[in-house]
Write a protein that binds this ligand. Structure first.
Ligand SMILES: Nc1ncnc2c1ncn2[C@@H]1O[C@H](COP(=O)(O)OP(=O)(O)OP(=O)(O)O)[C@@H](O)[C@H]1O
Ligand SMILES: [Mg+2]
Length: 245
């Protein structure tokens, strides 16, 4: 479904050119829950952004559903991008718009034939009672659920997640992982999630690509763990880290 073929990208950095993505080949199956992990600066976000053409590789091909994404004309590119939802670490909500208005944003930009009704999306992410609230009145977890609802309302075929839980505490991370899992089960979509949190990958993904300095060093078959076994309470974790040998 998603094929990256020998993709590379060099940025001009302060100390000369910097290869952010270095000759990567990767295949992601339709409906897969796929993780991309690696340290800061490894090139994860750049790789993710190739898929919806927010970033263009210098060389190589990005093929989604048999279509070479970087050879599309403007109109075809828009159609491609329309079927991809994205959620972000900092949520990227509009602060002067209500929850409801934020969620409906994509529908204001383009017509979507198969969009999901607002009430259903709100209920799905558990925010039915917040539809007229503003982002400043929400917790981090609630903000991210707005971000997820805004992506889901268009019924995307692919959901790209860039560090969706990295600004959240552990309990909230568990909630968001649950919502993403449920979205995958209910609506059926390919999910690609970038994170440095291994617990998130273990709770959600079937495979994970490991990146190091722009290179793909491994693709791991993930032994899935139940989300609630994987995420213990803050207290339990504190005991383990601070007290156990
Ligand atoms: N638009 C840009 N211009 C210049 N350099 C960039 C640009 N985008 C990314 N880079 C550089 O490319 C490298 C990879 O960036 P990328 O954001 O893909 O890494 P990442 O793995 O997502 O890191 P993080 O975990 O910190 O988000 C970094 O060194 C970054 O500074
Ligand atoms: Mg990143």
């Amino acid at each position: 479904m998603i094929d990256l073929k020998n993709v590379s990208k060099t940025f001009s950095g302060q100390n000369g050119p910097f290869k952010a993505v270095d000759d990567i080949n990767l295949h992601i199956e339709e409906n897969e829950l796929f993780g991309v992990i690696g340290e800061s600066g490894a090139g994860k976000s750049t790789l993710l952004r190739f898929i919806n053409a927010l970033e263009t590789p210098d060389s190589g091909e990005v093929v989604v559903d048999g279509i070479n994404v970087h050879k599309l004309d403007k109109q075809a590119l828009r159609l491609h991008q329309k079927q991809i939802g994205m959620i972000f670490q900092q949520f990227n909500l509009l602060n002067n718009k209500t929850v409801e208005e934020n969620i409906r944003m994509p529908l204001e930009l383009y017509p979507y034939k198969e969009s999901i009704e607002l009430d259903r999306v709100l209920d799905f992410v558990g925010l039915s009672d917040k539809r007229t609230s503003y982002p400043s009145e929400l917790s981090g977890g609630q903000k991210q659920r707005v971000g997820i609802a805004r992506a889901l309302i268009t019924r995307p075929k692919i959901l790209l997640c860039d560090e969706p839980t990295s600004a959240l505490d552990l309990g909230t991370t568990t909630e968001i992982v649950d919502v993403l899992k449920k979205a995958h089960e209910n609506f059926g979509m390919t999910i690609v999630i970038v994170t440095h949190e291994l617990d998130v990958i273990k709770a959600l993904c079937t495979r994970a690509a490991v990146m190091e300095k722009g290179k793909l060093v491994d693709v791991i078959d993930v032994a899935r763990a139940d989300v609630h076994e994987e995420f213990r309470t803050y207290h339990e974790r504190a005991l383990e880290v601070l007290r156990d040998a």
